[in-house]
Design a protein around this ligand. Structure first.
Ligand code: PNS
Length: 168
């Protein structure tokens, strides 16, 4: 039986941490749906189109990976694409509480949907999209956080220190 899973997230923007989880999931399962949560309420810094474009340029070449958007419940999106599990990376104990709550909620909403946690690679346990945005906004080096193919677009959009702008 073909195993399809979904890697859901905001990906605002995608980081090496996400790329690592998606790549490992693509080796473990037959098909991986990367579900980009459109989530206008959370006011992402990057538009849905930009977030998808970053993913296309970083994981789009993996043969069994498909990038989709979703705006409702993950439980419904998983059903739509025939995913039997959501794959999430766990960085630290601090991630666990929220992730466990989400996993149990999703199971209640869709009995067929399990959650598989992959231990974050030790190189990326500190990394998050928020850290990338924070550091880039202050003109810091984000080359260890995101691949070269998307680096400049992210950095130039966020860097507020150029042209003598105040970072207050
Ligand atoms: O990258 P993130 O922001 O940690 O991803 C969170 C995400 C998008 C996976 C989560 O917020 C989600 O699944 N949202 C969809 C709405 C939903 O299904 N909510 C109920 C389960 S908590």
């Amino acid at each position: 039986m073909e195993r399809t899973v979904i890697c859901p997230g905001s990906f605002d923007p995608v980081t090496y941490g996400h790329i690592d989880i998606i790549t490992r999931a693509s080796k473990l399962f037959d098909k991986v749906i990367v579900g980009v949560f459109i989530n206008v309420d959370k006011k992402p810094v990057f538009s849905f189109e930009e977030r998808v474009s970053f993913l296309e340029r970083t994981v789009g070449d993996l043969p069994n990976v498909t990038i989709v958007g979703f705006d409702g419940l993950l439980a419904e999106c998983a059903k739509k694409y025939g995913a039997s599990a959501a794959v999430r990376g766990l960085r630290a104990v601090s991630d666990f509480e929220y992730e466990f709550q989400m996993a149990l909620t999703n199971k209640k909403l869709n009995e067929e949907l399990d959650t598989v946690f992959l231990a974050s690679d030790a190189r990326y346990t500190y990394l998050s999209s928020s850290i990338v945005k924070n550091v880039a906004t202050l003109g810091g080096d984000i080359s260890n956080f995101v691949p070269a193919s998307i680096h400049d677009e992210i950095f130039n959009r966020l860097n507020k220190t150029k042209k003598g702008e105040s970072v207050k």
